[in-house]
Design a protein around this ligand. Structure first.
Ligand code: TRP
Length: 337
């Protein structure tokens, strides 16, 4: 393969609220990539993906600005990383169309997220939802990204991105698009539902007590952890003792991720404690880590014009990378420009 600049791309959909899962599973890791300084980092609010299912327009606008504030409040520096919303860089849709013509119907039909979302009612879903993974491939390949930090649920989409890159390169006899690597979050960073440790913490769960929202105040955070499901046994002193105790494991993992240590070290300090005690320590830690972020988010969202300026500047920088890659793609395909 040709030499590609080490580059990270990832995206978050502006639909619904933000949870602790978005922070520990995604944005905190994006900050780590940025601070490591080994890769150019591009982070995108994927609004064109959001509208593959219905979004109220005012909510979509608000959610886009809120995610931008969340990124910045969590430590993304919009000068060191490229931070923008997808629809402002029309090259995503342009390359997305070309990839609609590369990807095969059979590939798309096999996508488990499509099958889960469309269920038995595929006829009523949007064409955009079906084509979603081809647009996601365009997001990644428009920047020749080499690494894509994602959750386990997006792994199949990044594999499809590799298939699209390989088929494009093969069909046109070029070595143009890189085979981007999915970088999957560790199990420890996957934040589970506070009432059912076998399910992911989700912004769309109807029961609010199952999740920590980035906008929850200190009392709410403390109450939700206090009421989180656990079992009657004390904390084990080794990770092996979490086997078959999904809820206990989840709280230990959250504690570990918030304090930037591993689960072993949390259990070394807290093994033998009862959950009543540990949950208080966890709530205190969560409030200490999250309240500066939510306060900064409130400050930033109070000035939407400033957020829009950040996004406009991010989009300009994104286009600086995307334009020559799309132009070259047009030439390869034979589109006269
Ligand atoms: N599909 C991703 C999700 O639902 C969001 C996304 C869109 C994305 N384009 C991307 C993630 C490109 C990584 C890279 O979480």
């Amino acid at each position: 393969m040709a030499d590609f600049t080490p580059r990270v791309f990832s995206g978050i959909k502006p639909s619904g609220g933000l949870t602790l899962g978005n922070y520990l599973g995604a944005v905190k890791r994006f900050v780590d990539w940025q601070d490591r300084g080994t890769h150019e980092c591009i982070y995108c609010m994927v609004d064109l993906h959001a509208i593959t299912v219905w979004q109220d327009p005012a909510d979509l606008t608000r959610a886009t600005r809120e995610i931008c504030a969340f990124f910045i409040a969590s430590g993304i520096d919009p000068e060191r990383s490229v931070l923008f919303n997808q629809s402002r860089v029309p090259e995503h849709a342009q390359l997305g169309w070309i990839f609609n013509c590369v990807a095969r119907m059979g590939w798309m039909n096999r996508m488990t997220q499509w099958k889960d979302k469309a269920g038995r009612n595929a006829e009523a879903e949007s064409l955009g939802l079906f084509a979603y993974p081809a647009l996601m491939a365009a997001d990644i390949l428009l920047y020749h990204a080499t690494h894509v930090p994602i959750g386990e649920d997006q792994k199949q989409h990044v594999e499809l991105t590799r298939d699209i890159a390989a088929k494009f390169n093969h069909d046109y006899g070029v070595d143009f698009f890189p085979l981007a690597e999915p970088v999957i979050e560790s199990v420890a960073a996957r934040v589970m539902n506070l009432r059912d440790g076998s399910r992911k913490m989700s912004k769309s769960d109807t029961v609010d007590a199952t999740r920590i929202n980035m906008t929850d105040d200190a009392d709410t955070i403390a109450r939700k952890f206090r009421k989180a499901k656990t079992d009657p046994d004390p904390l084990p002193s080794e990770v092996a003792g979490l086997e078959g105790r999904a809820e206990a494991r989840n709280l230990v993992n959250i504690y570990a991720a918030l304090s930037d240590v591993d689960a072993e070290s949390v259990l070394r300090d807290h093994g033998g404690e009862m959950f009543g005690h540990f949950k208080v320590a966890l709530a205190d830690l969560a409030v200490a880590k999250l309240s500066p972020i939510s306060a900064e988010m409130r400050r930033l969202t109070a000035d939407p014009a400033e957020i829009d300026r950040v996004l406009a500047r991010g989009a300009d920088r994104a286009r600086g990378i995307a334009t020559p890659i799309l132009e070259r793609t047009y030439d390869i395909v034979g589109l006269v420009r």
